[in-house]
Design a protein around this ligand. Structure first.
Ligand SMILES: Cc1cc2nc3c(=O)[nH]c(=O)nc-3n(C[C@H](O)[C@H](O)[C@H](O)COP(=O)(O)O)c2cc1C
Length: 193
């Protein structure tokens, strides 16, 4: 893999690798590990699903969750995606996090099955619950309603400052190409594996 093999726009390149993984049968190519840090630098990581790729990568969550608390204190995050097919690849992205608009969050909310929407309403993500029964009772109390999006649920968009493409090569001499945002464009450089 050489710099000239990659799109000049790293988000278009991400799209290309993502679609290649999906076409090759990866069961969940949109899974990305999201790292955040609190104001005092305490890190934490968890998987979320990439639900949009445009000028950034978008995921949806509960704005009351631990990750959201980190993002409110420190609006920077990193994600990493990893695929074995069609080639062993990794993409790392880091940048600034912005909330999606209410319209965007509404659109995604309405695309989810009603049962998933009820679970999101009943579950205050990352809060402590005494038992599973308690959660199930909260969901049951919503009957078969089609709840509106609660204000505490919505999306975030990570606007990349750095994007790195990694591809496996024989005997550890892997390819790493890093894009660094520079003005309206990107500086591109190769890194030692
Ligand atoms: C593959 C996978 C995808 C997930 N996708 C999401 C997601 O898109 N949004 C979300 O809020 N949690 C998602 N989760 C659950 C999170 O990993 C995590 O448990 C939850 O968001 C609470 O994290 P927090 O307490 O650090 O905020 C996913 C978990 C897995 C394993």
């Amino acid at each position: 893999m050489d710099v000239t093999d990659l799109d000049r726009d790293p988000l278009r390149q991400l799209d290309e690798w993502f679609e290649a993984a999906r076409a090759a049968g990866d069961p969940m190519p949109e899974a990305m590990c999201l790292a955040t840090a609190s104001r005092d630098g305490e890190p934490s990581a968890r998987y979320v699903l990439m639900r949009g790729r445009d000028e950034g990568v978008v995921f949806f969550t509960d704005y009351g969750s631990e990750k959201a608390r980190d993002i409110e204190q420190n609006p920077k995050a990193a994600v990493v995606l990893h695929w074995y097919v069609p080639v062993h690849r990794q993409v790392r992205i880091s940048g600034t996090v912005l909330k999606t608009t209410a319209e965007e969050s509404d659109r995604y909310w309405l695309s989810r099955p009603a049962a998933s929407r009820r679970s999101a309403v009943a579950s205050y993500q990352s809060s402590v619950v005494a038992t599973r029964d308690e959660l199930e009772a909260a969901v049951a109390a919503l009957g078969d309603s089609e709840p509106e999006r609660p204000g505490r649920w919505g999306g975030y968009r990570i606007i990349p400052a750095v994007v790195e493409f990694w591809e496996e090569q024989p005997f550890r001499l892997h390819d790493r190409i890093r894009f660094l945002r520079e003005g309206v464009g990107w500086r591109v450089e190769r890194l030692a594996p």
